[in-house]
Design a protein around this ligand. Structure first.
Ligand SMILES: C[S@@+](CC[C@H](N)C(=O)[O-])C[C@H]1O[C@@H](n2cnc3c(N)ncnc32)[C@H](O)[C@@H]1O
Length: 325
């Protein structure tokens, strides 16, 4: 495994890398503090569990053989389901059924976006808030692509512990970068070899909801400044504050009660910036989709329901002129 740029301490030492016990009683580096055992890091495990379950569905939209290994390796998630048969109530379960299907659909749509971008000329891919995303290992990249994975040090340390144990081999050049996206991250990215003169595919999947508005504005500014013509960006946003009825919806309640992930408390509560308008003002073209657009396209995935926690989710696809994706 390549070293984590910006990771100040070696595996197994120092704060953030102490580790939590896993089911086998071992200590898992990076599981605590800035890792996956609590706070926003736990959401990376939640999405990994959803991907694991999706992988084993007979009608899977996406396959991720690494996902269940992440879930099993962390103490917080070791007992979570990783297969449809392990989900209490099956598809009727609001967390692992409907929200899980949402993550499966999102994975597939953004897999397709990244691979399409790479074939259309993106030479490098930047996964912002990469979490336990294994795209650098499981997607079929054209030759010569470089994948940058940005997340906090504890999350990446945990990820590497698991991937090293599996002797996982990336399908592209992979460069992990341990940095907090609320800080200045340009230097960290550029110093690892990122080339702003060639087209890039950027992805912020399940990230912006957790960032303060200023960090989101800086992220969009940075992406624009570092993007050569022909670059692409996909990200997920929520349209705005949700009503009390939506906040009480089964998805949020189930995440809180079943796995202790209080999404509403983790989402940044400040008014959101207009990132789509910002990009358009900088000359990017944008397309905004609901998840349900892709449910229709693929013939499976979550469908609208009353007081829906997914109703305000939007997936934005942006192109900097010069691309024809
Ligand atoms: C919901 S998970 C999504 C992970 C991945 N993109 C996926 O879809 O599987 C959110 C991720 O964003 C990361 N994240 C949240 N705030 C961050 C920050 N300020 N700096 C770096 N990463 C952050 C978390 O550590 C976590 O891995």
């Amino acid at each position: 495994m390549e070293p984590v740029i910006g990771l100040a301490v070696g595996l197994g030492t120092g704060p953030g890398l102490v580790g939590a016990p896993n089911r086998r009683g071992g200590r898992v580096p990076g599981a605590q503090n800035t890792g996956v055992e609590g706070g926003v890091g736990l959401t990376a495990l939640m999405v990994a569990a959803a991907r694991a379950i999706e992988t084993h569905r007979p009608d899977a939209l996406a396959g991720d053989a690494y996902a269940e290994h992440f879930v099993r390796a962390a103490g917080a998630s070791a007992a979570w389901p990783v297969r449809p048969a392990e989900v209490p109530d099956g598809d009727a379960n609001p967390l692992w059924g409907r929200l899980g299907r949402y993550f499966g659909l999102r994975t597939r749509v953004l897999d397709d976006f990244l691979v399409r971008s790479a074939h259309a000329g993106a030479r490098q891919v930047v996964l912002l808030g990469a979490g336990l995303d294994a795209r650098a290992f499981r997607l079929d990249w054209p030759p010569g692509r470089v994948i940058y994975e940005i997340d906090r040090d504890g999350v990446l340390a945990f990820k590497h512990h698991v991937l090293d144990g599996l002797a996982a081999v990336p399908t592209a050049t992979r460069r992990p970068i341990a940095v907090d996206l609320r800080d200045d991250w340009i230097r960290s990215l550029v110093s690892t070899g990122f080339d702003p003169t060639v087209p890039t595919a950027w992805l912020a999947e399940g990230l912006l909801l957790y960032l303060p508005p200023d960090a989101e504005r800086r992220l969009i500014d940075t992406v624009d400044r570092l993007s050569a013509d022909g670059s692409t960006l996909a990200f997920e946003v929520k349209l705005g504050p949700e009503s009390p009825e939506v906040r009480a919806s089964p998805v949020y309640v189930a995440a809180r009660q079943q796995i202790g992930v209080d999404l509403l408390a983790l989402f940044d509560g400040e008014p959101r910036p207009d990132s789509v308008g910002d990009l358009r003002g900088r000359g990017w073209s944008t397309a905004i989709h609901t998840p349900f657009d892709f449910t229709r396209h693929h013939g499976r995935g979550p469908r609208p329901e009353p007081n829906d926690a997914l109703a305000s989710n939007r997936w934005v696809f942006a192109n900097k002129p010069g691309t024809h994706i």
